[in-house]
Design a protein around this ligand. Sequence first.
Ligand code: UT7
Length: 323
Amino acid sequence: MSAIRSVVRGVGAYLPARCLTNADLVQMVDTSDEWIVQRTGIRTRHIAAEGEVTSDLALKAAQAALADAGLEPGDIDLIVLATSTPDNTFPATAVSVQAGLGITHGAAFDIQAVCSGFVYALATADNFLKSGAYRRCLVIGAETFSRILDWSDRTTCVLFGDGAGALVLEAVRDGEDGRGLLTTHLRSDGRYKNKLYVDGGVSSTRSVGYLRMEGREVFRHAVGMITDVIVDAFSATGESAETIDWFVPHQANRRIIDASAVKLGIAPEKVVITVDKHGNTSAASIPLALATAHADGRIKRGDLVLLEAMGGGFTWGSALVRW
Ligand code: UT7
């Protein structure tokens, strides 16, 4: 039976120039390099320049992904952009990227699922491509979390950073040696919406607000939720911890990543970790990690790549890709 699959054609990323180290944070709040590294694995994060907005980061990541794919902006007919830190309340940040690329056909819209945003965007794009409605999609995760951090709150400000990453997906009939997105699994449970949230918003306070998190509570749920949805991906495909080549998790906290890999029986050498370099960049973290492991030659054509994320909502999800 003939079927359409979403095949990865290119990947790109962008981090703002300014780098904020743990030593810099020690000057700002009561913290230490030792505490941050031990509890999170984070050493540096990048901060967008004054006037540099989420769509600027996203545009650079998208251009890098297009260059990697050997495609022109005009080849793209769908842009799905995951962010919780849009340039404006509306229009969608995706349409600014569309305009920046000079694309006037097709469609562009945002997805909001906080740290799970990239997996949600990937699943959405995949379904549009498989339906035959669009041919080539930019799936982008882009954030400027520095703009919603309370820089006097040491329990949150040391954890997050700014950045963007993008994938180009192409609808291919009958695959190419089984390449493409094999399965996606999305979950949410709104009972936990107050564990990780922003204390402002258009309809509630008419302001932007600051990120608030019960870190220990998020941690407590994270490993179970992540591993459940990965087991779903394995059940749907017959793949396993042994058959995957790379595990590219949401980069929130090294301890959560390590504990999830151990629980699933994934060998440490298969785990891609970049959280040390950019902190938690929410929806941008998976494509940032993918871009790193693709650029340094770890992820190669035909490799089986497992993605997962968990974040505010709670939302969580997984995806399995034959690269
Ligand atoms: O993207 C998905 C969403 N986010 C996450 O995945 C984050 C999930 N949670 C976590 O990663 C961890 O819970 C944190 C890294 C946020 C915190 O680590 P923890 O081991 O759970 O620490 P804790 O919250 O239990 O705090 C332990 C202590 C507390 O002091 P007391 O009450 O024991 O005296 C905190 O006040 O560490 C203190 N603390 C700090 N100390 C130095 C909290 N933040 C800091 C800090 N520097 N930056």
